[in-house]
Design a binder for this molecule. Structure first.
Ligand code: HEM
Length: 450
């Protein structure tokens, strides 16, 4: 096939001079991203004056992330995260990424996750114990607390880490609130002397300083014999080169895991309880499953494979409320759908939009966990390319097993004790951040009576 130039790619409607599609993206990012598939399988969107090419079909996302992955680096979005997470796994490219991935991957093995599951279960019980009958809670905040505490405790298990746990608790929410806006706006705006910028910069500096100090103290005290992430990173050695990570590299990996793992997990858990409250028949099935598999005991790693109903609910929640937008940049000329894009082209895709494509999923916007029953999946003929909540290829999420374990334990622990009832008169709205999370989910907790 003869290649044509990117000029021929359709441009999404609604661009205005200088701002491009920024206003559309700002007003209704999720609706805008979903609408792009109507204009073709590659659509041009202008971020200010910079063109970005959004691929809208599952097949092309597979080409970008898997088949042709070596022709791409992470791109602009991740450049903007570098001041926060340095060259940690999510930002690094090429050989540095391959080396660090080899070193960090064993920390997320099946055996390690089994080791972290005790912390997850203890934290979930502490959260369930902290509620009183009839109490009103802000579910988003409660789940963010659980996700942050669990990550912090998995990273820093000794007293040396206490200041870092405290700093994470204090600063991470401030940073997460403004992360996507920062990443999508021109660098120039970072310097504006407004409150949001001051808070963001102070939180970033504080978190970095405290983690640096903890890493240095742990290295000096040779406290590297614990199975926490800090000790494992300090002790890690690359099997090929024999090299270890520097203190800065350890800090960057810890920060990356915090940014990648806190908000995503919290949002998924919060939506799960929202969807269950809206679908009482599904909730009833889960409660019965939990009673049968776990009973009154604490949830352990052994229970997880048998909690199949929870798995289907999580699959469905993350299909509906997933990662908003990911970006890549071509490092060489790349052909996609018969069009050649020169090196340096910014390419993007939305997992959220792919997972709501009516060409892939029947009743794509509806919550239907039974679509994940094996017999229905076979009947629907869904290929693996159509469902990629954790991305695909060499950049696939390293924390997928971690979060599935953490979320299953939290749901089984909480549902066994409490029924979460939505506060009347409020319908949660989707807000686009790294994932599509809810603005607020106020709930009342009621002791479960059956
Ligand atoms: C529901 C929760 C989560 C979702 C939906 C999610 C989703 C993703 C996705 C889509 C990517 C690929 C990004 C890309 O292709 O550019 C990714 C990467 C990553 N995630 Fe997750 N994630 C979740 C939880 C976590 C957790 C709990 C951790 C750590 C404990 C984590 C650590 C990472 C890291 C380090 C990367 C970068 C991997 C690399 O480039 O080699 N994530 N995640």
């Amino acid at each position: 096939m003869q290649s044509v130039k990117p000029r021929t790619v359709p441009r999404a409607p609604g661009a205005v001079p200088l701002l491009g599609h920024a206003v559309k993206l700002w007003r209704d990012p999720l609706g805008f991203l979903k609408s792009l598939r109507e204009h073709g399988d590659i659509v041009r969107v202008d971020l200010g004056t910079m063109p970005m090419y959004v691929v809208t079909s599952a097949k092309l996302v597979h080409e970008v992330t898997v088949t042709n992955a070596r022709s791409f680096e992470k791109g602009r979005f991740f450049d903007r995260l570098r001041p926060l997470a340095g060259n940690g796994l999510a930002n690094a490219d090429g050989e540095v990424h391959r080396k660090h991935r080899r070193m960090v991957q064993p920390m997320f093995s099946k055996e390690r996750i089994a080791g972290y599951s005790g912390i997850m279960s203890g934290n979930a019980r502490a959260l369930a114990d902290s509620w009183t009958p009839g109490q009103e809670i802000e579910l988003e905040q409660a789940m963010a607390g659980y996700a942050i505490e669990t990550l912090a405790a998995t990273m820093f298990s000794t007293d040396i880490g206490l200041p870092a746990v405290e700093a994470v608790r204090e600063n991470l929410p401030v940073l997460l609130k403004n992360l996507l806006i920062r990443a999508a706006s021109p660098k120039l705006l970072d310097r504006l002397p407004i409150r949001a910028n001051r808070d963001f910069d102070a939180a970033a500096a504080n978190l970095r300083e405290v983690i640096d100090l903890v890493v240095m103290t742990a290295r000096r005290s040779k406290a590297t014999d614990r199975p926490d992430l800090l000790s494992l990173l300090l002790a890690a050695q690359d099997a090929e080169s024999g090299e270890a990570l520097s203190d800065t590299e350890v800090r960057d990996e810890l920060s990356t895991i915090l940014f990648a793992g806190a908000e995503t997990t919290a949002a998924m858990l919060a939506w799960t309880f929202h969807e269950l409250a809206a679908h009482p028949e599904v909730e009833k099935q889960l409660v019965a499953e939990i009673q049968e598999v776990v009973g009154d005991r604490p949830v352990t790693i052994e229970h997880i494979p048998r909690l199949e109903g929870i798995r289907r609910v999580l699959d469905e929640v993350i299909r509906l409320h997933g990662v908003t937008l990911l970006m890549r940049r071509t490092t060489v000329p790349v052909e996609l759908s018969g069009i050649t894009f020169p090196a340096g082209t910014e390419v993007a895709f939305s997992l959220y939009a792919i997972h709501r494509d009516p060409g892939l999923y029947a009743k794509a916007d509806s919550f239907d966990p039974d679509r994940w029953l094996p017999e229905r999946q076979e009947a629907a003929g869904l290929g693996r390319e159509a469902y990629i909540p954790f991305g695909a290829g060499n950049r696939k999420c390293i924390g997928d097993r971690f979060v599935w374990t953490e979320a299953t334990i939290a749901i089984a622990t909480i549902l066994a004790r409490w029924q979460l009832v939505p506060a009347p008169g409020h319908t949660p709205k989707e807000v686009a951040s790294a994932v599509a999370h809810a603005d607020r989910i106020p709930m009342t907790v009621k002791p479960r009576t059956i």
